[in-house]
Design a protein around this ligand. Sequence first.
Ligand code: AMP
Ligand code: MG
Length: 408
Amino acid sequence: VHEMISLEQAQEIILDKVKPVDEETIGLSSALGRVLSRDIYAPVSLPPFPRSPLDGYVVRAADIALASPDKPVKLQVEQEIPAGNCSGKAIAPNQTARIMTGAPIPPGADVVIRFEDVRVSGKKIQVFYPMPAYTNICFTGEDICQGEMVLPGGTVLSPAGVGVLAGLGLNEVPVFKVMRVAVVSTGNELIDISENLRPGKIFNSNLYVLAAEVKHVGSCPVYGGIAPDTVELTAFKINEMLAGADMVLTTGGVSVGDYDFVEDALVRVGANILFHRIGIRPGTPTLCAVKEGKLIIGLSGNPAAAFIVYHLLAKPAILKMSGLNNWRPIRCTGLIQDDFLKASGQRRFLQGHLFLEQDTVKVRLSGRQRPGSMRSTLNCNALIDIPPNSGPLKIGDKVDIILLSPKI
Ligand code: AMP
Ligand code: MG
């Protein structure tokens, strides 16, 4: 258990242990950002009937086949068809109808001519040119065909997705339930942000940043507060959180200090330890355990370390449990814009700010790279992935980058 495993091994172990939460059916108006739990097939065609894409006169192509500027064809205007019309009255030979955008094409007709292209005289119009059949006609199902798969399960519903489902008349959608992720901080030095700072104490920031991250991916954080540095109280808190959440994140107490009790607490609650060290910096001491199918990830108390390892390990697990299909962060390469002079024996992750400049991906360090810092997390939208046994990095060096987009 105490041997060091690679980040990829850790990710695999974790993803292997989790499966998507249950499904539910919800109203479309509250479905934005939710993960579809099934493939959605179109129950109707769009458009559901052949319709006019413009305001004009609807005619029979055969009637105007011989039209010319010298010998215009005269047609009798027999009806008016506004949008929403459902009379279904046919167009007989040598007849026409005024038709509006979105109105159904009446039986018999197969061409719509724009208002501008005809001359109107009383109850008749003159047509000067022939037009092939099906000019200016939108066909049934030309946008979306009944029975066609429109949105795959395992994807996040976007505003456009909401629109398409509404267009198909889907009032209710099958989605995965919002998963609950409990967050617990450990440490005798911690006080809640509702209290006043006292000597030797710091505010419990990890609880709030992790809860915010959980919200950011559409899950529901359960605020577990602070567990003092004892095995009993930490175990009690973890048990309490396991009862009310689908996953538990803890911070602090996972390294080798005299008061690092999270592993003992996990053993006490009967959880199975999966690993306790990963070959990355920061965040080497990262604990992972499972109890009754629920994952507990013990992150370092150091804010930057907790932030980085949350993104590398916890977020992929949360997204898989949320029902996303095979989510992987976007990776790219770019040119580093700062020197980083420390050599890296271990694989190392730096917090960076990625930007584009003249078609080139560049990345600046987002602040001083200390596991205990918080400022560096502020502008961080990317992690720089430095392989083990790397020397110092110089401005302009090419680096591997992982993007920290919230979801996709
Ligand atoms: P630990 O992982 O418990 O050894 O803590 C490492 C460092 O992170 C120490 O300086 C702690 O004071 C700090 N720390 C631990 N928990 C938190 C927290 N919830 N919020 C902010 N800093 C913390
Ligand atoms: Mg501690």
